[in-house]
Design a protein around this ligand. Sequence first.
Ligand SMILES: Cc1cc2nc3c(=O)[nH]c(=O)nc-3n(C[C@H](O)[C@H](O)[C@H](O)COP(=O)(O)OP(=O)(O)OC[C@H]3O[C@@H](n4cnc5c(N)ncnc54)[C@H](O)[C@@H]3O)c2cc1C
Length: 307
Amino acid sequence: MAEIILPEVELNINSPKDPAEATLVENFVCTAENSPNIIRHLTFDISGTDLVGKFRVGQSIGVLAPGEDHRGKPHKLRLYSVSSPSNGEGGNSHLVSTTVKRAMDEVDGTFYMGVCSNYLCNLKVGDKLKVTGPSGRRYLLPENSEDFNYVFFATGTGIAPFRGMIIELLESGFKGQVALVFGCPYRTDVIYPKFFTEMAEKYDNFHYIKMISREDRRADGSKYYVQTAIEDRAETLDPILSQDNTLIYLCGMKGMETGIYHNLAKKGFMDYLLLKDGLEDKAPADWSWEEAKNLVKPSSRTFEEVY
Ligand SMILES: Cc1cc2nc3c(=O)[nH]c(=O)nc-3n(C[C@H](O)[C@H](O)[C@H](O)COP(=O)(O)OP(=O)(O)OC[C@H]3O[C@@H](n4cnc5c(N)ncnc54)[C@H](O)[C@@H]3O)c2cc1C
């Protein structure tokens, strides 16, 4: 396999002590309108700041919500994955996009709204906001991206970096194979459905796989998850995963990695994984969830961003 050459990136050009001012230029729902998991696509104009042209796909942008927390301290920075390609949204280096889920929770009868995600989702075109970054040194496409194939696994807003990566790869004439496995509870929660469907129609080397966990059932009655695609969509994924120049990226909910690594191991795709002492002599089918969680790590061919 070719050496994976990661690009040099500039980090934290603007820090929380010295944030840049951006202007919101786009804010729309990018799931079905009736999805209870409201997710919005936002684009920031960073013209006139030192950040122009500096965000690479895979990196994150920091946002400082106004106001104070319950201790009277300014709200801490929140990170959001960039969902535009490295040359900017629509090829405009002064435009950076992200994909934001409104966070909310009910605990013991009290309803809590996430501070920053709801602040962002409520912004109107023309509003100003404080941003920082870029953040993230390793979760990047290689500089020699054309030397590899890619399998992307996303849950929820973990789709953000893959939107940018897929635009970046396919629109520049990439000839390898790219598969996107996206998991969500209901069909209405699919993020950017039109965009990815159209990309799959346009590019024969792009394979778009949706795993809907709470509507459909597998033959044995179990649920479809991103990790079950390794078995359920083997006809598409096996030929890509079995090539020795394929890289895996996963992004989304913390915990998603365990099932993916376990199922890769069960199918014998060990090059994507590093096993800690104690697992080498045990068949993957016999691993417990705890063992898969604690003793399996990503190899250099696997890129993981979970939060
Ligand atoms: C590298 C990275 C990339 C990320 N990329 C994205 C992305 O692309 N898109 C995205 O949407 N997010 C992303 N995130 C997550 C994001 O940074 C925030 O964590 C997320 O938006 C929630 O922040 P918040 O300020 O809205 O919620 P917070 O105010 O931090 O609250 C977090 C959760 O706790 C609940 N809560 C608040 N107060 C209480 C309380 N007192 N008791 C119980 N529960 C409470 C809230 O309802 C909410 O669900 C990323 C994180 C990382 C680390």
